[in-house]
Structures are given as structure tokens and as C-alpha cells.
Design a protein around this ligand. Structure first.
Ligand code: NAD
Ligand code: TYD
Length: 339
């Protein structure tokens, strides 16, 4: 079958493309990505050598270009990873989040309606559920937890999710949605917590922890997320939402201390900076549904995943050094300069 993967030059989409080429070599994979600051063609260097892989530089908001591609490729499946994905940038400038995350999703689904599709899958996030209090470790997000967003990013993702479910009900579009917790692993853009701390620790630069660093995230190795999406697309029930997470809750401060330890760097590098506006306290997924229906369980333990990730950043310095030496420097100065 032919699978369109949007956002494949980014972190999770890129990992998903390699997952597909490895596990389903019989499928044709067409990557749609407009290469924003977060998209990186060098991520797809090895994929480019596969005969059943195609890269198309297309913005998912560009209806004409998207329809043209559907006419050429007749995809069986569309998996929409493309998004503006960074909470801090959404606080700086929400507009592009609304454009890509909501309007872009509508364009992709309109194309699916017009040309026909076996499955449209929306890659969403646990952030659509808002946050949980730190003093209630018994609470977890289930698929029934009400949508209750905090940031422009999570609001735009929630808007997209509602639209996806509406297209299912109104037009009968065969959709599924996955809502995953925080991912980590190779090709993670260095503006996000784990790769930022790895890059700064290696350069003996301050490690900027927002507030006290007590916020909790539920970390999942990216390959486990890719496997979950693949299962949902092939075996999940149409019209359903599946939460994806591995019961691996950690406080930010503990992650940063662990990274210091792995590199033998002093904890004195840790610098507490002004907190993020509206900062969500805790995310925690209840993955019972995907386990019961599809047998999915995470395979990579955090202790192993973080070692693999650190090794990848050490062995692929060029990939991330090219990023942090470019336009990213302006962002870093804006975000952390006077914090
Ligand atoms: P990312 O920022 O690393 O990559 C996003 C990719 O989308 C980039 O390649 C970018 O060029 C592309 N893109 C952006 N706007 C586009 C547009 N208008 N048209 C075409 N391409 C466009 O993001 P990521 O971390 O890989 O996240 C992928 C998806 O997974 C997102 O939908 C995100 O909301 C979701 N998600 C991420 C996490 C996480 O921890 N990173 C967790 C749960 C869900
Ligand atoms: P991030 O990787 O941006 O993911 P998200 O906000 O989508 O969960 O941030 C993870 C956590 O780390 C979040 O609580 C904010 C915090 N954080 C810092 O303390 N310092 C930083 O420099 C960054 C980027 C994040």
C-alpha cells in the first residue's frame, strides 16, 4: 500500500519512516513536509536511498499541492505528524499553530474525502487533556478524560482532534487518533528538554530548568510510539482514540540530574530560570485500552532508552551541531537570554 507520512522530516515522523522502511518494506512511503525550522532533510538521508520512498516538499495547508499529490499517488493511508510542536514557541506566536495544526489537518482530511482513503490517522498528544495535580498520583489520563487545554499548542492539537472526530461522524471518514505522552530518542530537535540538556551539558553551558523543575512528564522511547501508531493504523478500530504511554513518569529536575551524571558533569550547571507561562504540572497516561485491544506495551525501559539516545547524540554530532549553529541561535537568545 501507499502511505503518506506528513511531517516526516521532523523527530517522530522521521523515526516512523525508518520504522516503516524496516518493518514494512513492501509499502510505498511518501513523505510530505514543508521543512520548517524543525524539519531537517538530513534526517531522511538514508531513507532517500530506498526505491519505495519519496520526499515531497509540500505545506499541508497548500490545498492545490496536496490534491495534486493525491492525484499522483492515490494513497491508501495518511498519517498526519506535521505540526508546530513546541509549547514555548506557541506562547510566543500562536498563529502558525492554528494554521498548520488545525487548517492543515482539515486540508489533509478534505483530500482524503475527495480521493478516498482506507485510513486517516491523526498523531495527537496527551497535552489535549490538560494537566494533573502533583498530589494525586492515582489520577491518569484515559480516552474519556475531558479535553482541557493549557497552551496555544495543546489547544490547536485539541481543535484538530475535534475536527478529526467530526469528519468521521459527519462524512464517515475512516479515522483514528493516537494521544501519546512525551517522546525521546534520535533526531529530537534540540529545543526540547532532553536534547537541549544533552547539547548544553556537552558544551558545559548552563542547564535551564523552568521553575523548580518539579513538573512531571511520562517519557516514551520514540520507537515504541512508532510501533503503537503502526498497530493502530493496521488493527485499530475506526473512529477510536488510543492513548499511548508507558507509565514512566519523571520530574524534569531528575532528568537533568541524570543527564549530568551520564556525562560526568557537575549539577552546578543546573540553572533555575523563570517558569513557562501556564506550565502544565503533570502528564500521565493510562494505556489500558491500547494494551487490551492491540496488545501494545512499551519495549524500551527508560534506563536503556536514555543511554541509546545519549549515544546517538554523541555519534551524530553533525546532525544537531548544524542545527544549533544556525538560525536556532536567535531563538535560543530570545528564549533564554534574559530569563
Ligand atoms: P517536530 O517539530 O520535530 O516535527 C514537525 C515536522 O512537521 C517538521 O518536519 C516540520 O517541517 C513539519 N511541518 C510543520 N509544519 C508543516 C506544514 N505546514 N506542512 C508540512 N510540514 C510541516 O515534531 P515532533 O515532535 O516530531 O511531533 C510530531 C507530531 O507528534 C506532532 O503532531 C506532535 O503534536 C505529536 N506529538 C509529539 C510528541 C513529542 O514528544 N514530541 C508527543 C506526542 C505527540
Ligand atoms: P518540552 O520538551 O518542551 O516538552 P512539553 O512541554 O511538550 O512537555 O518540555 C518538557 C518539560 O521540560 C516541560 O515541563 C518544560 C521543561 N523544560 C525546562 O525545564 N527547560 C527547558 O529548557 C525546556 C525546553 C523544557
Amino acid at each position: 500500500m501507499t502511505v503518506i507520512v506528513t511531517g516526516g522530516a521532523g523527530f517522530i515522523g522521521g523515526n516512523f519512516i525508518y520504522y516503516m522502511l524496516k518493518n514494512h518494506p513492501e509499502d510505498r512511503v511518501v513523505c510530505v513536509d514543508c521543512l520548517t525550522y524543525a524539519g531537517n532533510l538530513s534526517t531522511l538521508k538514508e531513507a532517500m536511498e530506498h526505491s519505495n520512498f519519496r520526499f515531497c516538499k509540500i505545506n499541508i495547508c497548500d490545498r492545490e499541492a496536496v490534491y495534486g499529490l493525491f492525484e499522483e499517488e492515490h494513497p491508501d493511508v495518511v498519517i498526519n505528524f506535521a505540526a508546530e510542536s513546541h509549547v514555548d514557541r506557541s506562547i510566543e506566536n500562536p498563529e502558525v499553530f492554528l494554521q498548520t495544526n488545525i487548517l492543515g489537518t482539515a486540508v489533509m482530511m478534505d483530500a482524503c474525502r475527495k480521493y478516498g482513503i482506507r485510513r486517516y490517522h491523526q498523531v495527537s498528544t496527551d497535552e489535549v487533556y490538560g494537566d494533573l495535580p502533583l498530589d494525586r498520583p492515582d489520577l491518569f489520563f484515559t480516552e474519556e478524560t475531558p479535553i482541557h487545554t493549557s497552551s496555544p499548542y495543546s489547544s490547536s492539537k485539541a481543535g484538530a482532534d475535534l475536527l478529526v472526530l467530526a469528519y468521521h461522524r459527519t462524512y464517515g471518514l475512516p479515522v483514528t487518533i493516537s494521544r501519546c505522552s512525551n517522546n525521546y530518542g534520535p533526531y529530537h530537535f534540540p529545543e526540547k528538554l532532553i536534547p537541549l540538556m544533552i547539547a548544553n551539558a556537552l558544551a558545559d553551558k548552563p542547564l535551564p530548568v523552568y521553575g523548580e523543575g518539579l513538573n512531571v512528564r511520562d517519557w516514551l522511547y520514540v520507537e515504541d510510539h512508532c510501533r503503537a501508531i503502526d498497530l493502530i493504523v493496521r488493527k485499530g478500530r475506526v473512529g477510536e482514540v488510543y492513548n499511548v504511554g508507558g507509565h514512566n513518569e519523571m520530574r524534569n529536575i531528575d532528568i537533568v540530574k541524570l543527564i549530568c551524571k551520564e556525562f560526568g558533569k557537575p549539577e552546578s550547571l543546573i540553572t533555575h530560570v523563570t517558569d513557562r507561562k501556564g506550565h502544565d504540572m503533570r502528564y500521565a497516561i493510562n494505556p489500558t485500552k491500547i494494551y487490551n485491544e492491540l496488545g501494545w506495551l512499551p519495549e524500551t525501559k527508560f534506563a536503556d532508552g536514555i543511554k541509546k539516545t545519549i549515544r546517538w547524540y554523541l555519534e551524530n554530532r553533525e546532525w544537531w551541531e548544524n542545527i544549533i549553529n544556525g538560525e536556532y541561535q536567535n531563538y535560543y537568545e530570545r528564549m533564554y537570554g534574559n530569563r
